[in-house]
Design a protein around this ligand. Sequence first.
Ligand code: S3P
Length: 165
Amino acid sequence: MARLVLVGFMGAGKTTIGRLLAQETNLPLIDLDEKIVADNQQTIPEIFAAVGEVGFRRLETQALKAALNDDVVVATGGGVVTQAINRQLLQDTLAPIIYLKAPAPVLNQRVANDTNRPIAAKLDAAGFAELVASREAFYQEVSDLTLLTAEVTPETIVATIKAQV
Ligand code: S3P
């Protein structure tokens, strides 16, 4: 079973914090996006171009299922909670699920100009903020603890997680 799962919007710090947590706990990190890229030998934009978002979500569900069964730290992709099946998988796991949260403008600034995020790339600031808001209830629904990541160092967040789970 996974030891800990990180969820949150793009730019929330899931990968950075996941790496630090994995180092400190001596557990492997499975970053779902990185796993999908490695397994398919294609970048995220290439996968979206080839099989669309629907195809990407299928791969993401497979990767999530596998990761939740391993003794690892899991960093999910920001859209994982958009799929009911994934929310069910997350609710069924006994692993603590941490929601890394930041205000939409902060998230937008962190992922601005990133060509590796096809969903963010096609949104203006208003559309980005709308998408963030539309997912909030899903992150809350699946998570056990919410941590704000704006103006807090990744090291502080990791220390907080370790103290609380
Ligand atoms: C997505 C977030 C990305 C990646 C894909 C779709 C989303 O992950 O899975 O581009 O729908 O929010 P990150 O949150 O790691 O950027």
